[in-house]
Write a protein that binds this ligand. Structure first.
Ligand SMILES: C[S@@+](CC[C@H](N)C(=O)[O-])C[C@H]1O[C@@H](n2cnc3c(N)ncnc32)[C@H](O)[C@@H]1O
Length: 234
Protein backbone atom coordinates (compact mmCIF):
# COMPACT_ATOMS: atom_id res chain seq x y z
CA UNK A 1 0.00 0.00 0.00
CA UNK A 2 2.94 2.37 0.49
CA UNK A 3 3.51 4.47 -2.59
CA UNK A 4 6.07 7.22 -3.10
CA UNK A 5 3.86 8.66 -5.86
CA UNK A 6 1.04 9.24 -3.37
CA UNK A 7 3.46 11.04 -1.08
CA UNK A 8 5.00 13.18 -3.81
CA UNK A 9 1.72 14.23 -5.38
CA UNK A 10 0.23 15.06 -1.97
CA UNK A 11 3.35 17.07 -1.07
CA UNK A 12 3.07 19.00 -4.32
CA UNK A 13 -0.63 19.72 -3.77
CA UNK A 14 0.08 20.92 -0.22
CA UNK A 15 2.77 23.25 -1.61
CA UNK A 16 0.40 24.63 -4.24
CA UNK A 17 -2.31 25.31 -1.64
CA UNK A 18 -0.02 26.37 1.23
CA UNK A 19 -1.45 29.92 1.44
CA UNK A 20 -5.12 28.97 1.11
CA UNK A 21 -6.96 29.94 4.33
CA UNK A 22 -8.66 27.17 6.31
CA UNK A 23 -12.47 27.15 6.26
CA UNK A 24 -14.78 26.13 9.11
CA UNK A 25 -16.12 22.59 8.52
CA UNK A 26 -19.81 23.50 8.13
CA UNK A 27 -19.07 26.60 6.01
CA UNK A 28 -16.86 24.52 3.70
CA UNK A 29 -19.61 21.99 2.92
CA UNK A 30 -22.45 24.54 2.84
CA UNK A 31 -20.51 26.55 0.23
CA UNK A 32 -20.01 23.50 -2.02
CA UNK A 33 -23.53 22.11 -2.01
CA UNK A 34 -23.96 22.92 -5.75
CA UNK A 35 -21.50 20.35 -7.05
CA UNK A 36 -21.02 18.21 -3.95
CA UNK A 37 -22.84 15.10 -5.18
CA UNK A 38 -21.13 15.21 -8.55
CA UNK A 39 -17.73 15.44 -6.84
CA UNK A 40 -18.55 12.46 -4.61
CA UNK A 41 -19.78 10.33 -7.52
CA UNK A 42 -16.22 8.94 -7.75
CA UNK A 43 -17.21 6.81 -4.71
CA UNK A 44 -20.42 5.46 -6.30
CA UNK A 45 -19.18 1.85 -6.08
CA UNK A 46 -18.28 2.32 -2.40
CA UNK A 47 -21.80 3.61 -1.62
CA UNK A 48 -23.30 0.50 -3.27
CA UNK A 49 -20.83 -1.68 -1.38
CA UNK A 50 -21.73 -0.17 1.98
CA UNK A 51 -25.43 -0.78 1.28
CA UNK A 52 -24.73 -4.45 0.48
CA UNK A 53 -22.94 -4.84 3.82
CA UNK A 54 -25.91 -3.69 5.93
CA UNK A 55 -27.50 -6.88 7.34
CA UNK A 56 -31.13 -7.51 6.26
CA UNK A 57 -32.16 -7.70 9.92
CA UNK A 58 -31.17 -4.05 10.57
CA UNK A 59 -34.06 -1.93 11.85
CA UNK A 60 -32.36 1.14 13.33
CA UNK A 61 -29.33 2.94 11.91
CA UNK A 62 -27.34 6.02 12.92
CA UNK A 63 -25.40 7.82 10.15
CA UNK A 64 -22.83 10.26 11.52
CA UNK A 65 -21.73 12.98 9.09
CA UNK A 66 -24.58 11.94 6.79
CA UNK A 67 -24.21 15.01 4.55
CA UNK A 68 -26.65 14.82 1.64
CA UNK A 69 -27.06 11.11 2.32
CA UNK A 70 -25.31 9.57 -0.68
CA UNK A 71 -24.82 6.37 1.34
CA UNK A 72 -28.49 6.51 2.35
CA UNK A 73 -29.54 6.67 -1.33
CA UNK A 74 -28.19 3.15 -1.81
CA UNK A 75 -29.18 1.90 1.65
CA UNK A 76 -32.84 3.02 1.35
CA UNK A 77 -32.98 1.40 -2.11
CA UNK A 78 -32.21 -1.93 -0.36
CA UNK A 79 -34.01 -1.38 2.95
CA UNK A 80 -36.78 1.19 2.37
CA UNK A 81 -38.35 0.82 5.83
CA UNK A 82 -35.17 1.34 7.81
CA UNK A 83 -35.42 3.81 10.72
CA UNK A 84 -32.49 6.19 10.27
CA UNK A 85 -31.06 9.01 12.37
CA UNK A 86 -28.65 11.28 10.52
CA UNK A 87 -26.37 13.82 12.18
CA UNK A 88 -24.46 16.54 10.38
CA UNK A 89 -23.33 20.07 11.22
CA UNK A 90 -23.89 21.55 7.72
CA UNK A 91 -27.48 22.74 7.22
CA UNK A 92 -27.30 22.91 3.40
CA UNK A 93 -26.25 19.26 3.27
CA UNK A 94 -29.14 18.23 5.52
CA UNK A 95 -31.64 20.27 3.44
CA UNK A 96 -30.62 18.36 0.34
CA UNK A 97 -31.00 15.05 2.18
CA UNK A 98 -34.46 16.14 3.40
CA UNK A 99 -35.46 16.97 -0.19
CA UNK A 100 -34.42 13.53 -1.40
CA UNK A 101 -35.70 11.34 1.44
CA UNK A 102 -38.30 13.41 3.33
CA UNK A 103 -40.79 10.54 2.88
CA UNK A 104 -38.61 8.03 4.76
CA UNK A 105 -38.43 7.11 8.42
CA UNK A 106 -35.62 9.61 8.85
CA UNK A 107 -34.71 11.88 11.79
CA UNK A 108 -32.18 14.58 10.96
CA UNK A 109 -30.17 16.42 13.59
CA UNK A 110 -27.98 19.43 12.89
CA UNK A 111 -25.22 19.16 15.45
CA UNK A 112 -21.61 18.28 16.07
CA UNK A 113 -21.47 14.50 16.43
CA UNK A 114 -18.72 14.81 19.05
CA UNK A 115 -21.10 16.72 21.32
CA UNK A 116 -24.45 15.16 20.50
CA UNK A 117 -25.52 12.34 22.86
CA UNK A 118 -26.29 9.12 20.92
CA UNK A 119 -27.84 7.15 23.80
CA UNK A 120 -27.05 3.63 25.03
CA UNK A 121 -27.83 0.36 23.20
CA UNK A 122 -30.28 2.00 20.79
CA UNK A 123 -29.02 1.19 17.27
CA UNK A 124 -28.56 -2.05 15.33
CA UNK A 125 -25.93 -0.30 13.27
CA UNK A 126 -23.91 2.91 12.94
CA UNK A 127 -22.26 4.06 9.71
CA UNK A 128 -19.86 6.79 8.68
CA UNK A 129 -18.77 7.57 5.13
CA UNK A 130 -15.86 9.92 4.38
CA UNK A 131 -16.33 12.05 7.48
CA UNK A 132 -13.78 10.86 10.06
CA UNK A 133 -10.61 11.62 8.09
CA UNK A 134 -10.51 15.13 9.56
CA UNK A 135 -9.64 14.21 13.15
CA UNK A 136 -6.68 12.91 15.17
CA UNK A 137 -6.73 9.41 16.66
CA UNK A 138 -7.45 10.44 20.28
CA UNK A 139 -10.45 12.56 19.26
CA UNK A 140 -11.69 9.74 17.04
CA UNK A 141 -11.38 7.15 19.80
CA UNK A 142 -13.63 9.21 22.11
CA UNK A 143 -16.27 9.34 19.36
CA UNK A 144 -15.89 5.64 18.56
CA UNK A 145 -16.42 4.81 22.26
CA UNK A 146 -19.68 6.76 22.09
CA UNK A 147 -20.67 4.88 18.92
CA UNK A 148 -19.90 1.56 20.61
CA UNK A 149 -22.08 2.48 23.60
CA UNK A 150 -24.93 3.51 21.27
CA UNK A 151 -24.97 0.08 19.61
CA UNK A 152 -27.09 -2.80 20.83
CA UNK A 153 -25.06 -5.87 21.85
CA UNK A 154 -23.76 -7.50 18.64
CA UNK A 155 -24.46 -4.31 16.67
CA UNK A 156 -22.16 -3.22 13.83
CA UNK A 157 -20.23 -0.08 12.97
CA UNK A 158 -19.28 0.28 9.29
CA UNK A 159 -16.79 2.94 8.29
CA UNK A 160 -15.76 3.76 4.76
CA UNK A 161 -13.04 6.39 4.74
CA UNK A 162 -9.88 7.90 3.37
CA UNK A 163 -6.74 6.15 4.61
CA UNK A 164 -3.15 7.44 4.53
CA UNK A 165 -1.19 4.94 2.45
CA UNK A 166 1.99 5.42 4.55
CA UNK A 167 3.18 6.76 7.88
CA UNK A 168 5.01 9.49 5.95
CA UNK A 169 1.68 10.72 4.55
CA UNK A 170 0.01 10.69 7.97
CA UNK A 171 2.92 12.70 9.41
CA UNK A 172 2.91 15.13 6.49
CA UNK A 173 -0.79 16.00 6.72
CA UNK A 174 -0.82 16.39 10.51
CA UNK A 175 2.26 18.65 10.40
CA UNK A 176 0.67 20.77 7.68
CA UNK A 177 -2.68 20.91 9.49
CA UNK A 178 -0.92 22.18 12.63
CA UNK A 179 0.98 24.82 10.62
CA UNK A 180 -2.17 26.11 8.90
CA UNK A 181 -4.18 26.14 12.15
CA UNK A 182 -1.51 28.16 13.89
CA UNK A 183 -1.17 30.52 10.91
CA UNK A 184 -4.95 31.15 10.86
CA UNK A 185 -5.18 31.28 14.70
CA UNK A 186 -7.83 28.53 14.82
CA UNK A 187 -8.81 27.69 18.43
CA UNK A 188 -8.13 24.01 19.35
CA UNK A 189 -11.83 23.09 19.67
CA UNK A 190 -12.85 24.56 16.26
CA UNK A 191 -13.33 22.16 13.34
CA UNK A 192 -11.90 23.17 9.99
CA UNK A 193 -11.96 21.31 6.71
CA UNK A 194 -8.50 19.85 6.16
CA UNK A 195 -7.95 16.15 5.42
CA UNK A 196 -5.82 14.33 8.00
CA UNK A 197 -6.26 10.60 7.28
CA UNK A 198 -4.64 8.03 9.57
CA UNK A 199 -2.89 4.90 8.33
CA UNK A 200 -5.05 1.78 8.26
CA UNK A 201 -3.20 0.45 11.30
CA UNK A 202 -3.90 3.61 13.33
CA UNK A 203 -7.52 3.80 12.16
CA UNK A 204 -8.14 0.21 13.25
CA UNK A 205 -6.24 0.77 16.53
CA UNK A 206 -8.57 3.71 17.29
CA UNK A 207 -11.53 1.34 16.84
CA UNK A 208 -9.98 -1.36 19.01
CA UNK A 209 -9.20 1.22 21.72
CA UNK A 210 -12.86 2.25 21.63
CA UNK A 211 -13.94 -1.19 22.86
CA UNK A 212 -15.35 -3.02 19.83
CA UNK A 213 -15.06 -6.78 20.38
CA UNK A 214 -14.05 -7.36 16.74
CA UNK A 215 -12.44 -4.94 14.31
CA UNK A 216 -11.86 -6.15 10.75
CA UNK A 217 -10.81 -4.75 7.43
CA UNK A 218 -13.63 -5.61 5.04
CA UNK A 219 -11.37 -4.49 2.21
CA UNK A 220 -10.57 -2.02 -0.53
CA UNK A 221 -12.17 -1.91 -3.96
CA UNK A 222 -9.90 -2.63 -6.96
CA UNK A 223 -7.90 0.42 -8.14
CA UNK A 224 -8.49 2.36 -4.92
CA UNK A 225 -6.12 1.73 -2.05
CA UNK A 226 -7.05 4.99 -0.30
CA UNK A 227 -10.61 4.15 0.71
CA UNK A 228 -10.98 1.38 3.27
CA UNK A 229 -14.14 -0.35 4.45
CA UNK A 230 -13.74 -1.29 8.12
CA UNK A 231 -16.22 -3.03 10.42
CA UNK A 232 -16.42 -3.11 14.17
CA UNK A 233 -18.78 -5.37 16.11
CA UNK A 234 -19.85 -4.46 19.63
C1 LIG B 1 -17.26 14.47 2.80
S1 LIG B 1 -18.80 14.76 3.61
C2 LIG B 1 -19.51 13.12 3.62
C3 LIG B 1 -21.02 13.18 3.70
C4 LIG B 1 -21.71 11.85 3.42
N1 LIG B 1 -21.39 10.87 4.43
C5 LIG B 1 -21.33 11.35 2.04
O1 LIG B 1 -20.54 10.41 1.90
O2 LIG B 1 -21.79 11.97 1.07
C6 LIG B 1 -18.38 14.96 5.33
C7 LIG B 1 -19.56 15.41 6.17
O3 LIG B 1 -19.21 15.30 7.55
C8 LIG B 1 -19.79 16.42 8.21
N2 LIG B 1 -19.06 16.64 9.47
C9 LIG B 1 -17.73 16.79 9.64
N3 LIG B 1 -17.43 16.93 10.94
C10 LIG B 1 -18.61 16.89 11.62
C11 LIG B 1 -18.94 16.97 13.01
N4 LIG B 1 -18.02 17.15 13.95
N5 LIG B 1 -20.25 16.85 13.35
C12 LIG B 1 -21.20 16.67 12.39
N6 LIG B 1 -20.94 16.60 11.06
C13 LIG B 1 -19.65 16.70 10.68
C14 LIG B 1 -19.66 17.56 7.23
O4 LIG B 1 -20.54 18.62 7.52
C15 LIG B 1 -19.96 16.85 5.91
O5 LIG B 1 -21.34 16.90 5.58
Amino acid sequence: MISDNDYLSLKQWLEETRDVPLEAMDAFFNARIGDYEEHMSQWAAHYRWMAELIPDSTKTLLDIGCGTGLELDTIFARLPDLQVTGIDMAEEMLSKLREKHGNRNLTLIRDDYFRHPFGESVYDGVISFETLHHFPAETKTRLLEKICRALKPGGFYLECDYIASSQAIEDLVFTEAARRRERDRIPPDTFVHFDTPLTLEHEMDAMRDAGFSTVELVGFLPDDNHTAMIRGIK
